[in-house]
Design a protein around this ligand. Structure first.
Ligand code: ZN
Length: 156
């Protein structure tokens, strides 16, 4: 069932007062009728804002781009894909020590994309990404010191 109440981060709980079909970016059909998303609806909230919701469950997002990957959860094929994405994220996480900092940040961002709908994983990944960023900055500053020391030795 599509959400009937939505809690916005900045505005708190909002009642859904109407749902609307959403026109997809596909060109109109042969009959000239617009093509609508079949599994995504627009939810109008009582404060006048709009979010996009899944027709199968209470998942909502302020962007269609986030609802689309979520829909995979409701198709048998998508369940497999989500599981594979998660497995890949876990593998990447386990290999962290062998990755460059750039790759780690890249994986962290990909993980965030994968975990868009999973608040627990998302929060953990954000914390980890921020920790790695801090470590990357510290490492960079150490490197700069080492470089300067070498420059000094080389008599530059
Ligand atoms: Zn859903």
């Amino acid at each position: 069932m599509t959400a009937t109440h939505v809690t916005l981060l900045d505005k708190g709980p909002q009642k859904v007062i109407a749902t609307e079909k959403v026109v997809s970016p596909l060109p109109p059909g042969v009959d000239g009728e617009p093509i609508y998303f079949r599994q995504i609806v627009k939810l109008l909230l009582e404060d006048g804002s709009e979010v996009y919701g899944c027709v199968h469950c209470e998942y909502v997002s302020d962007s269609i781009g986030s609802v689309r990957p979520h829909l995979g959860k409701h198709s048998p094929k998508g369940v497999g894909r989500a599981a594979r994405n998660r497995a890949a994220a876990v593998r990447a996480y386990q290999d962290l020590d062998e990755l460059t900092l750039g790759e780690i940040l890249d994986y962290a961002q990909k993980g965030l994309d994968v975990a868009q709908s999973d608040a627990t994983i998302r929060t953990r990944l954000i914390e980890e990404r921020d920790e790695w960023k801090a470590r990357a900055k510290a490492a960079e500053s150490q490197l700069a010191k080492v470089r300067n020391a070498f420059k000094g030795l080389a008599g530059e």
